[in-house]
Design a protein around this ligand. Sequence first.
Ligand SMILES: [Zn+2]
Length: 470
Amino acid sequence: MTRAGERPTPTVSALPHAVPKSAMPGMVWPALPDPPASRLLALQLQLEQSQWWPPEVIEARQFEQLKQLIVHAQRTVPFYASRLGGLGSGPTFDRARWMQIPVLTRQDVQLNKESLLSRAVPPQHGAVGEASSSGSTGRPITVYATDYVTLLWQAFTLREHFWHRRDLAGKLCAIRHQPDGGAMPPGGDRLTGWGPSTDIAYRSGPCSMLNIKASIREQADWLVREDPDYLLTYPTSVFELLRFFREHGLSLPRLRELRTFSEATPADLRNVAREVWGVRVVDMYSAREVGYIALQCPDHEHYHAQSENLMVEILNESGARCGPGEIGRVVVTTLHNFAMPLIRYDIGDYAEVGAPCPCGRGLPVLKRILGRVRNMLTLPNGERHWPSLHADVIHKVAPILQQQVVQVGLNALEIRLVVARPLTAAEETAVAAHTCASLRHRFSIAFRYFKDIPRGPTGKFEEFMSELDT
Ligand SMILES: [Zn+2]
């Protein structure tokens, strides 16, 4: 059965009453955590405070840290020795000087892999390991990072749980890419906790994992059996899953929140999740090579840049900073990766800058994450934008299991479909009409049918792609 209406968002008084694990015999509260947990919680205390600082204070602290990074990069990273000139040497280091540093492209990182590595990483930063990103552009890069960067990843994971007031004792289910090919249906895999970020400091509830290669029916069967409190998965596949639940009258009675990551969120996902499961969607924006970029505000649907982790800049075509309402390239600088500093790195996505948030946090607001250039539609008059396909409407006119729209010419689209049965001519006409209406142009449309439309190598799915040369 489906349920209408959303459960109320917990108030501050309903905050989970979690106490860290104690390392002191006989002492459970207040806990005295062991050294690794203490480090994580020491960072957490600072993140808890810095989120409320005014934007100018946050930026001043960022530049203090950036100066450290610049001096280190100039001294020990061959690629930056000449590129940064004397930037870090003056007594002050501010935005005007910062904006002179050229943007680092994905291709720069690919071509200069060796010379981007530091020759002298401070040993206190820990061992250096690899973090690869295949990226949805299909151009893989490899980034090296220290143990300290991993610790920060964990601290921001924990911040995200706290922001969204999760009950750490609840059951988490995750349907995602599995690099080792494991967690296949019907059973998936079971873990004893939510993962190291949580388990270092807290006792967390059970976690069940399923490989994203499972079909929607297999995912639905597994979820009904597992009956989770929280579900973490990709926004495009969960959209199909929600439709399956609606069509088959299934429910997840305990579910409290749908967590999404890795892909741009389809336009009507939040409404459909509210309608079918009665839950809100909490999205996050992160990348393997740089960590958490932005997290959804606890009180709104937009995102806060994670300024304690990265300098996040949204830049227009001429390289200037975008203001509220403007869309630009996402350029990030890792503040703490002394093994392979990425300074003003163009990650390949676009985002819209938002106005300051009424929640009172000083962390900059990103209103929307728009994905990549290749996910942009080009209209014959030259206008370009990221389309909203309103897939839910299209799915109501025909028995579609999966769809992808590809722009193959200035006036031409290919609609790729996986269907429950062959569509009638009238259904094809209706799908074409709805697609043209949501894209605001009468394209000529060809249909292509597939058994399955595969995801990218890391599980990413693109619901709209353009094959035009851009
Ligand atoms: Zn906010």
